[in-house]
Design a protein around this ligand. Structure first.
Ligand code: ZN
Length: 166
């Protein structure tokens, strides 16, 4: 298990557009393993490669809230949104913006295509938290943070229990 340093808001790397992954390498596989370890260690719902300082279009997500219904882990390489529907407004946080949360409106349903670790294309559909996490993480790949979309004030989070950090 290898944990990587999570970059925080103000770090230039979080404002950059990430490059697509052209081929799978042992180094990228190691990066993905480390991203999963780092996400679980930080109790995050998702993590994007730029959050650990790597400008590649790679995202890991685990939006499982009910043990009986797994919502991950998903490994998304070069993900692209192909369909969205509806709207949901809810509290959102980010591992790169510790101790804060804010209300953000996202699609209620999202469908994406991405490559898996074998560089095979697949589609993934998500609603509720998974849809929110997908949109949040894909924004990271284009240098955007949720704080740009917060409605009202960014709030201080006293306990971690109510926040979904990604
Ligand atoms: Zn985030």
């Amino acid at each position: 298990m290898a944990l990587r340093n999570i970059r925080e808001m103000g770090d230039d790397v979080l404002a950059k557009v990430c490059r697509p992954v052209a081929e799978m390498t042992p180094r990228i596989k190691e990066l993905i393993e480390d991203m999963l370890d780092t996400m679980y260690d930080a109790n995050g719902v998702g993590l994007a490669a730029p959050q650990v300082g790597v400008l590649k279009r790679i995202v890991v997500i685990d939006a499982t809230t009910d043990e009986e219904v797994a919502q991950g882990p998903y490994i998304l390489i070069n993900p692209e949104i192909i369909e969205t529907r509806g709207e949901q407004t809810g509290q959102e946080g980010c591992l790169s913006v510790p101790g804060k949360a804010g209300m953000v409106t996202r699609p209620e349903y999202v469908k994406i295509k991405a490559l898996d670790v074998d560089m095979h294309e697949f589609e993934l559909e998500g609603t509720e938290l998974l849809a929110r996490a997908i949109c949040h993480e894909l924004d990271h790949l284009d240098g955007h943070l949720y704080v740009e979309k917060v409605e009202g004030e960014l709030m201080n989070v006293v306990t971690e229990e109510n926040s979904e950090e990604a």
